[in-house]
Write a protein that binds this ligand. Structure first.
Ligand code: ATP
Ligand code: MG
Length: 183
């Protein structure tokens, strides 16, 4: 499962609709300080269901919406869409047969988030479910940010185990078991 496109609109500094194409497995984003490099990573994490504003370097969820600049007025909505190539069929379940998987999240100033899977409105759960066991996700090891290496080195055994279980692909089954036991 490979990320091929990131589409942003009204998200942080990306006020105008922008499509970032990711043509190969190795891509670098370069640019001057403050040009929006980290904002693209925040966008990826946000659309996969990140619910902590702090993890997105903001104080409240509405901080992800473009809040104006000298030249532009603030906007009312932010949206981010990720397009994944699923031709290898890594996604299981009802979306397994789709060659392309699109996940989208939208938020308005009242803080209401909506999620979409291949264009159909869905729950946050449906999005996080798709990524369980793939190594992707808002807090997964597929995003290594500043400070994470030292956090991993200093992690308690129980915390390290969570990363290992995700890498081994068993976190998905543990989650299902937890759900069943709670029913
Ligand atoms: P550095 O090289 O310093 O890490 P960067 O390219 O990673 O820089 P970002 O942190 O992605 O930069 O972008 C910061 C910019 O995004 C700042 O100019 C900030 O004003 C702008 N920004 C963040 N949130 C918003 C928002 N809600 N509305 C408008 N602009 C925003
Ligand atoms: Mg940065």
């Amino acid at each position: 499962m490979r990320l091929t496109k990131i589409k942003l609109a009204g998200f942080k500094s990306f006020v105008d609709p922008t499509t970032i194409h990711i043509p190969t497995n190795l891509v670098g984003i370069v640019g001057p300080n403050g040009c929006g490099k980290s904002n693209t990573i925040d966008a990826v994490r946000w659309v996969m269901g990140e619910s902590s504003a702090k993890h997105l370097r903001g104080d409240s969820m509405a901080d992800v919406i473009f809040n104006g600049s000298n030249a532009r007025k603030p906007v009312g909505h932010a949206s981010v869409e990720l397009i994944f190539d699923n031709s290898e069929g890594k996604v299981t379940g009802q979306y397994a047969h789709y060659n392309e998987i699109s996940i989208k999240r939208q938020v308005s100033r009242d803080g209401q988030s909506s999620y979409y899977l291949n264009g159909t409105r869905c729950r946050r759960r449906d999005i996080t479910d798709i990524f369980l066991g793939t190594g992707l996700g808002p807090r997964s090891y597929s995003i290594i940010e500043q400070g994470m290496i030292s956090r991993l080195i200093e992690a308690k055994p129980e915390e390290l185990r969570i990363y290992l279980e995700e890498a081994a692909g068993i976190s998905k089954y543990k989650e299902r078991r937890r759900e069943t036991e709670n029913r």
